[in-house]
Ligand binder design. Structure first.
Ligand SMILES: Cc1cc2nc3c(=O)[nH]c(=O)nc-3n(C[C@H](O)[C@H](O)[C@H](O)COP(=O)(O)O)c2cc1C
Length: 367
């Protein structure tokens, strides 16, 4: 009979130069608790509660003022933010955890009310996403039409990622994840629906891949390949992305190949079919996995059983869990014991304060 200790999910894993206690990754999740864009003690408590994960990936964090977009998300561009993040990394490390910072430039998924003075809403092209976005000041507001970046501004934006990744290392993170998924700036470059540029940064899929590759290359040059992962969402539809255009697979396989050649430590694949977007075909996942030679992380709608099956099949090396981690700080313990999971409370996903954030009980506390 197989026991928990035989399970691949609970086996250790060497990610670049760091050793993970298990193959359970906490997915990056925006939680909007960073008042004034500053990481704080409440956030340190939240991440420390979850330090039993093999690897924590933080919520999306802006590399610059322009990269902000949602209410109360943190940044990694000021000294005060670096100080705030130190409190998070020191506490997680003291508890034996490992933690990467997700660098999320929101691009056009933004609103001027959510961006401080000195920042503006930018994108590859002046095309607004459909729908509305929440602001603390005026509730739901339509997305504005973003400012199309000039070639010079693109160069500055790449540099913002470089500075923010150096800041992340100064703040004690084990590495950074470049957010190339879910309709944010990098995917706005990748996708033909949001990138209609006619210069070197748009047009052909080769040109649309350029920004993702350039950001990754430069961040790797700055902090080392073993500290740089990237998240992608081919077939994604969040943020008004066109999910299934011609050449999507050719484009992403070429991207995975380039990222692999750059030596990025992991490729993190999003499949949001559990959240209503088109499924990423399994055969295509296998091709991506074969193309990218380092660590491959799979995510989206997993429970312990499916995670174990996909690890056994070799579809990925690590599995990321999102919503289960919101409501189960001791998720690995619960998986090991086959215990029931608490349900997350979506009403509190993005609200300020401790409620629905740090107050989910561990098994121990439920007793
Ligand atoms: C509240 C919430 C916030 C999220 N924020 C981010 C984010 O900042 N960056 C990101 O890459 N994905 C984000 N996601 C997507 C998750 O990382 C994950 O891919 C998704 O929840 C699907 O995985 P699951 O079925 O295990 O929850 C978010 C998801 C949720 C529920």
């Amino acid at each position: 009979m197989s026991t928990d200790s035989d399970k691949k999910l609970f086996s250790t894993y060497a990610l670049g130069n760091i050793n993970l206690d298990n193959r359970v990754v906490m997915s990056p999740m925006t939680r909007s608790r960073a008042i004034d864009y500053l990481p704080n003690e409440l956030m340190a408590e939240y991440y420390t509660q979850r330090s039993g994960a093999g690897l924590i990936i933080t919520e999306g964090t802006a590399p610059s003022k322009n990269g902000l977009g949602y209410a109360r998300i943190p940044g990694a561009y000021s000294d005060a933010q670096v100080e705030g993040w130190k409190g998070v990394t020191e506490s997680v490390h003291a508890d034996g955890g490992k933690i990467f910072l997700q660098l999320m430039h929101c691009g056009r998924m933004s609103h001027p009310l959510n961006v401080p003075e000195g920042g503006k809403v930018v994108a590859p092209s002046a095309i607004a996403p459909e729908g509305k976005m929440y602001t603390d000041q005026e509730g739901e507001q339509p997305y504005p039409t973003p400012n199309a970046l000039t070639a010079e501004e693109i160069e500055q934006t790449v540099e913002e990622y470089v500075t923010a990744s150096k800041n992340a290392i100064a703040a004690g993170f084990d590495g950074v994840e470049i957010h190339g998924a879910n309709g944010y700036l990098i995917e706005q470059f990748l996708n033909p629906g949001s990138n209609v540029r006619t210069d070197d940064w748009g047009g052909s899929w080769q040109n649309r891949n350029r920004f993702a590759i350039e950001v990754t290359r430069r961040v790797i040059d700055a902090i080392g390949a073993e500290r740089v992962g990237i998240r992608i969402s081919p077939y994604g539809a969040f943020g008004s992305m066109d999910p299934g255009y011609d050449d999507v697979e050719t484009q992403y396989l070429a991207l995975a190949d380039e990222l692999s050649k750059l030596g990025a430590v992991y490729l993190h694949l999003v499949d949001h079919s559990s959240m209503g977007t088109p499924e990423v075909p399994r055969e295509f996942k296998k091709k991506l996995r074969e193309t990218f030679k380092n660590t491959f992380i799979i995510s989206g709608g997993y429970d312990a059983e499916r995670a174990e099956a996909d690890l056994q099949e070799g579809l990925g090396d690590l599995v990321a869990f999102g919503r289960p981690y919101i409501s189960n700080p001791d998720l690995v313990e619960r998986f090991k014991k086959g215990a029931e999971l608490n349900d997350p409370k979506p009403d509190y996903f993005y609200t300020p304060g401790a409620e629905g954030y740090t107050d989910y009980p561990t098994l121990e506390e439920e007793k």
